[in-house]
Ligand binder design. Structure first.
Ligand SMILES: [Zn+2]
Length: 278
């Protein structure tokens, strides 16, 4: 998100001022929200959460419904001791986190894979989730929302996140999620390399977006289990009273926050002890 977009939004936000919604990231109160997303038949057909055209964005800071849900959770989860890595950071959340890190004292790092045609603030490091330039076991939190559906080799990304997380750390992996089917994989291995051979048109028809390589579904927790993470879907206590646009925060109905914790590595001594029992 370019700073010019934010400036333009702030300049025109007075047209949206009202008391129907309130943004928990910037405090703006609005009578209506800005549009985001696009509609495609697959979004309804596969019941994909966190997708589709809707009035979701704060007129002032341009936070989306999922940004506000994320902040509902994070503001109570981070502590002054936290060390946080935010991959492909949501700009309104990152601004809030950067400001808060200065007053609370926690460590906050942002990283994204720089792509031509996009703007990145200088505080966003260039990097790749499948090859992180951080030491082992240093982060309490890794946040990588709407990232994993773009990565050909899912296991390599999860391995790296697990490597840089402390054993007690947690990762947040919000993704477009089908409520009606298991995960649909668009990638294959060719000569040992993961790649996606689908055309842009096929990706849109199957996953709802031209650059999505898979659609996570009802078995996401089982897939993560096999790849080294225990996954829970956190439904915020406000969710029930925050259905769609009837709530002050205008959250996306039914959306949960996937929280992943590294599965404990098998203890070799225990395995040996078990295997020695007749
Ligand atoms: Zn806002």
């Amino acid at each position: 998100m370019h700073p010019f977009q934010i400036l333009l939004a702030k300049w025109s936000s007075s047209f949206y001022r009202g008391n129907k919604y309130a943004c928990n990231l910037c405090g703006f109160e609005a009578k209506k929200l800005r549009f985001r997303g696009h509609n495609h038949p697959v979004i309804q057909r596969k019941k994909i959460l966190s997708a589709g055209k809707r009035r979701s964005d704060c007129p002032n800071c341009l936070s989306s419904d999922r940004d506000r849900r994320l902040w509902l959770y994070l503001e109570n989860a981070i502590t002054p001791q936290s060390n946080i890595l935010h991959i492909a950071p949501e700009y309104p959340v990152a601004i809030k986190m950067r400001n808060l890190s200065k007053s609370m004292g926690f460590h906050y790092h942002c990283l994204d894979k720089r792509t031509q045609g996009y703007y990145y603030p200088k505080w966003v490091l260039n990097g790749d989730i499948t090859s992180l330039e951080f030491a082992d076991s240093q982060f309490d939190w890794v946040i990588a929302n709407h990232v994993l559906e773009h990565i050909p080799n899912l296991q390599s990304a999860l391995n790296e996140v697990k490597r840089v997380l402390k054993p007690t750390g947690k990762a947040i992996f919000m993704v477009p999620l089908s409520q009606s089917q298991p995960t649909e994989e668009g990638c294959i291995t060719v000569n040992g390399q993961w790649c996606c051979e689908l055309s842009k048109k096929e990706k849109i028809e199957r996953f709802g977006q031209h650059d999505h390589l898979r659609l996570f579904g009802t078995d996401m927790d089982q897939i993560f289990k096999k790849m080294g993470f225990d996954l829970i879907f956190l439904s915020h206590e406000n969710t029930e009273k925050a259905i769609s646009h009837k709530s002050p925060l205008a959250l996306f109905a039914n959306e949960c926050i996937p929280i992943a914790t590294p599965t404990a590595s098998p203890n070799v001594d225990n395995i040996n002890a078990i295997s020695s029992i007749p």
